[in-house]
Design a protein around this ligand. Structure first.
Ligand SMILES: NC(=O)c1ccc[n+]([C@@H]2O[C@H](COP(=O)([O-])OP(=O)(O)OC[C@H]3O[C@@H](n4cnc5c(N)ncnc54)[C@H](O)[C@@H]3O)[C@@H](O)[C@H]2O)c1
Length: 253
């Protein structure tokens, strides 16, 4: 699908992979809407790229419904949706203080998995209103999983479970939306240099980077964005989850 003048929603677009994606989509000519919890940062990015910013908690039905309705009112129905909003707190299932609070597990599932589904359901409903292009396409959805969906480490039970859910969501969504000309793919990133990782102590960062076979460095948000743009462009790519990880296979810890 050609991105020129297409309305593109990027959740979590105020930072990291989402910000890189919002910038790349805008450079390619899309009309970008950034949906994020952090409105100030979202506005700053949107102003730079000529897009709009809307406050949204992806885990909340009403908040996302309002934000997506605003996108449609201001820019028109969305044709591209990229799910980048996410959180990654680490906690053992049973730690020194006893079993993990159920609320901690629930929160990660709500933001990463339910939030992805929330934007997906609202974006796909708008996409179904768009005129198809010559290939019959009305829209493309790209979600963000993680290599933790396949090799979750100790402390990543909630995160890995949430990302496993994102992986599992991709095929049934692609199958359901096939008749509407909407493709659904996901990216499973390895280690990317975003505030999520760059906030860790330097020795932890160095030790993480050394586990990457080649290249032995964190990925850049623009490298993630390149794959998003390819997934939007390549009409035959559908129902797929692609690892983007320097051949990383994470160890138990
Ligand atoms: N950085 C990595 O190495 C890496 C690896 C694998 C997967 N991922 C995934 O990529 C995605 C983006 O991560 P990142 O590294 O860019 O992190 P980041 O912290 O830089 O950006 C995440 C963004 O999501 C927003 N956000 C958080 N909760 C939200 C909510 N409830 N509603 C709306 N917005 C919310 C934050 O405000 C922030 O702007 C996440 O889903 C993360 O799990 C990242």
């Amino acid at each position: 699908m050609d991105v020129k003048d297409v309305v593109a929603v990027v959740s979590g677009g105020a930072s990291g992979l989402g910000e890189g994606t919002a910038r790349a989509l805008a450079s390619a000519g899309a009309k970008v809407a950034i949906l994020d919890m952090g409105l100030d940062k979202a506005k700053a990015v949107a102003d730079e790229i000529g897009g709009i910013a809307l406050q949204c908690d992806v885990s909340d039905a009403v908040s996302a419904e309002q934000a997506m309705a605003d996108v449609e009112a201001q820019l028109g129905p969305c044709g591209i949706a990229v799910n980048c909003a996410g959180i990654a707190p680490a906690k053992r299932i049973v730690g020194r203080e006893g079993p993990q609070a159920l609320e901690d597990f629930n929160k990660v599932i709500q933001v990463n998995l339910v939030g992805t589904f929330n934007i997906m359901r609202l974006a796909a409903a708008q996409m179904q209103k768009r005129d198809p292009n010559a290939d019959g396409e009305r829209g493309v959805i790209v979600s963000t999983a993680s290599v933790a969906a396949f090799e979750g480490q100790i402390g990543q039970a909630a995160y890995a479970a949430s990302k496993g859910g994102v992986v599992a969501l991709t095929l049934p969504a692609a199958r359901e939306f096939a008749k509407s000309g909407i493709r659904v793919n996901a990216i499973a990133p390895g280690l990317f240099g975003t505030p999520m990782l760059l906030g860790m102590p330097q020795e932890v960062q160095d030790s993480l980077a050394s586990t990457l076979p080649f290249p032995s460095r964190f990925g850049k948000p623009e490298e993630y964005a390149k794959l998003v743009l390819h997934m939007v462009d390549n009409a035959i790519m559908n129902g797929e989850v692609v690892r983007l990880d320097s051949a990383l296979r994470m160890q138990p810890k």
